[in-house]
Structures are given as structure tokens and as C-alpha cells.
Design a binder for this molecule. Structure first.
Ligand SMILES: Nc1ncnc2c1ncn2[C@@H]1O[C@H](COP(=O)(O)OP(=O)(O)O)[C@@H](O)[C@H]1O
Ligand SMILES: [Mg+2]
Length: 361
């Protein structure tokens, strides 16, 4: 299994003399004060994130929150002002030149938003670019390139040039190129942000399907919460260079740490993220009804119950052991209403009924 990545007490200050201001930042100087008074930019402020091996960690935040700065520390395209990025027991930030080169070539692969394809190379030649740099034989690299192009659905496009392909297909080439590298760590900085919504969802599905089998340590950056929730085993939210919350999607939706996170969470499709365990009644009050799995999403359960024409269901664990019960009304309410009601009921307009139905369907 791929190793995880530990980001430890990471600071990045941009400017002429970053180290001069580190102590002040450690003592609480804000991003705006550092900027206004000292003309330095606080990129990252004491970031600690555990990115589990073989899982997808999503880093989320508004533009300028420090996402790209963070991901570029992982392959050390940016040097930290202080802190560590530990992979397989080694601090990447203190690797020597040749170790770092090896680490970048063999352990990491990047997928870019702008695809980063070479226009004068064919799709196949683009896909083997990393292997060319590694000095892999032509025969072997071509074989690998064809294999991964096939896996991302580009069979038959090997001899096309990038500008003959749609955006979504170019992004597939970018992914094939990254996978051809056979690196443990996949770094994806807003890789899907420029794609049309439907194509974007296709690309998410493909990544999830591949990940089931590949189990790479993926660091995926996005400013879109729906994408974060769909992809992220672990989600870290940044604001102004600080980490404001990390956890799985459910914990973030159920207990947003502050208003910044609540703003993200407000319009999310809760039914697609929340699982039966979060809303079930631990008491068995549905003796005769159907069973649903505790880890299934509210959206799926609502659909199954509607299909089966049931208003209550048993909730069972993986082994089929009953752990509680759930009623359709509770279920639907949890899908549309924030669990923590805030004090302004007038502004909290309920979703249109048809919108709710669409989400259930
Ligand atoms: N090379 C740089 N020099 C000065 N400031 C920078 C540099 N790179 C990024 N920044 C600043 O660091 C902050 C974080 O930027 P970035 O990591 O690009 O954010 P994001 O990817 O979340 O949009 C921003 O305030 C940005 O202006
Ligand atoms: Mg960015």
C-alpha cells in the first residue's frame, strides 16, 4: 500500500525576508497585518494535515487560501519557510538534490488544470513523457502508455494531437500520463475545475473507479464542496493560509467549525453524503420492515424505501446485525434541513419541493 504524507507545522511566507517574520507569525500576526505593515504574504500558517496512504485527501478553500502553495510543497516546487512534509519516514523538505529528483520522478505525478500537454506530441507520446524522462526503453514505455490510455477510455486516439481533442479528453490524457508514471502519489491541483459539469462528474467517477484498484495517495485540490465530498476520504479546508477544519465529509457537514465552512456546506446535497447512522433511531421500532445498510447514503435509502413502498426500515451493520431503525420522514427532513438550526429562520428558505424530488430521484 502507498505511504501517507504528514504535513507538520508548515509555514510559508512570501517576500524578501520571510525568516525575519516567522516569529511574529508564530506569535499570531495575521495575514493582513503581515501584508500591510511588512509587505510579506502569509501563504501557509502552521498547517498540520495527515494524508492517509492509499486514500484521497481533498484540500479545499476559496481562491487565495493557499491550496496550490500547499500542494507544491509536496513535491517541493516551493521551499517552506518552516516545517516538514514527511513521506515514508523522510522529510521531503530536507532531501538532497539527487534524492529529491528521484522522489519527484518516481514517487509523484501531477495532473494540471490546464492539462499541460505538449502540442506537438501525439496523445501516445504525451502519455509516455514521464517515462522518456526516466530513460525507460521505448518498447516498454509505449506498452504502458497504450495500456493507460485504454484505461482512461482513449483507445483509438493514440495518434491524435491534443488540439484535436475536447477538454475532457485532454484531461484524460493528462491522467493517463500521470498513471503511466506509476507513482504512489498523485497530485491534482484543480484538475477538473475547468471542465463542464457533466464531464467533470465523469472524470470524478473514473478517478474513483481507478482508485478502487490503484489505491494511490491522492492529493486533490478543489474549491467545490460537492467535488470534495464525492472524492475525499479526508477533507482539509483552508482559509487565508490556515487550516480551519479537517475530517471526513460527514463530520464537516454535520459540524462545520465556523461560518466559512457553514457557507460552503449550506447548499450541499446532504442526502448524498450523510449516512443512515447519522439520523437513525437506535431503538428498533420497525419490526416488519425492510433492511437498509448503516453506511448507505440517505439519498439511496430514500429511493429504495420509496421503490419498496415502505415508510420505515431496519438499519443493519455490515454483518446484517440490526442497529436501529429509520422512518422516511426523518430521512427526508435530514436531507433538506441543516442539523444545527441557526437563529434566522426567515433566511433559511427551504428548497423547492421539486428540487428535493429531483435529488431523491
Ligand atoms: N510566488 C508568490 N509570491 C507572493 N505571494 C504568493 C506567491 N504565490 C502565492 N502567493 C500568495 O499566497 C496566497 C495563497 O496562494 P495560492 O496557494 O495560489 O492559493 P489558491 O491555490 O488557494 O488559490 C495568496 O495570497 C497568493 O497571493
Ligand atoms: Mg490554486
Amino acid at each position: 500500500m502507498a505511504n501517507g504524507i504528514e504535513i507538520k507545522n508548515l509555514y510559508k511566507i512570501f517576500g524578501k525576508h520571510p525568516e525575519k517574520h516567522l516569529e511574529a507569525v508564530r506569535n499570531g500576526m495575521s495575514k493582513s497585518e503581515l501584508n500591510d505593515v511588512h509587505n510579506h504574504v502569509l501563504g501557509l500558517n502552521n498547517i498540520n494535515i495527515t494524508m492517509p496512504g492509499g486514500k484521497i485527501t481533498v484540500v479545499m478553500g476559496l481562491s487565495g487560501s493557499g491550496k496550490s502553495t500547499l500542494i507544491r510543497h509536496i513535491n517541493r516546487l516551493i521551499e517552506p519557510t518552516a516545517g516538514e512534509v514527511v513521506y515514508d519516514g523522510q522529510d521531503i523538505c530536507s532531501m538532497s538534490g539527487s534524492d529529491l529528483r528521484d522522489f519527484r520522478r518516481h514517487k509523484t505525478a501531477m495532473v494540471f488544470q490546464k492539462f499541460g500537454l505538449l502540442p506537438h506530441r501525439t496523445v501516445l507520446e504525451n502519455s509516455v513523457y514521464g517515462l522518456d524522462i526516466q530513460g525507460v526503453s521505448r518498447k516498454e514505455s509505449i506498452e504502458k502508455g497504450r495500456y493507460w490510455l485504454n484505461r482512461v477510455g482513449l483507445d483509438g486516439y493514440e495518434d491524435y494531437y491534443p488540439n484535436q481533442l475536447s477538454g475532457g479528453m485532454q484531461q484524460r490524457v493528462g491522467l493517463a500520463r500521470a498513471l503511466t508514471n506509476d507513482a504512489d502519489i498523485l497530485l491534482m491541483d484543480e484538475a477538473y475545475s475547468a471542465l463542464d459539469p457533466l464531464i467533470r462528474v465523469d472524470m470524478q467517477t473514473m478517478l474513483l473507479d481507478l482508485q478502487q484498484e490503484l489505491k494511490k495517495t491522492v492529493v486533490f485540490i478543489t474549491h467545490d464542496l460537492d467535488e470534495a465530498l464525492r472524492l475525499g476520504d479526508h477533507i482539509a479546508i483552508l482559509k487565508d493560509g490556515e487550516m480551519v477544519q479537517q475530517g471526513d465529509g460527514q463530520s464537516i457537514i454535520l459540524s462545520p467549525a465556523n461560518e466559512y465552512v457553514s457557507d460552503f456546506v449550506r447548499d450541499v446535497n446532504r442526502g448524498r453524503v450523510l449516512q443512515a447512522t447519522t439520523v437513525m433511531d437506535p431503538v428498533m421500532t420497525a419490526p416488519e420492515s425492510m433492511s437498509v445498510l448503516e453506511t448507505d447514503t440517505l439519498e439511496n435509502i430514500a429511493r429504495d424505501m420509496t421503490d419498496a413502498n415502505e415508510t420505515t426500515a431496519h438499519v443493519v451493520d455490515e454483518d446484517g446485525k440490526p442497529v436501529g431503525s429509520i422512518g422516511i420522514e426523518t430521512l427526508v427532513a435530514a436531507m433538506v434541513t441543516p442539523a444545527t438550526q441557526e437563529a434566522e429562520p426567515t433566511e433559511q428558505a427551504a428548497p423547492e419541493p421539486e428540487e428535493t424530488e429531483k435529488k431523491i430521484a
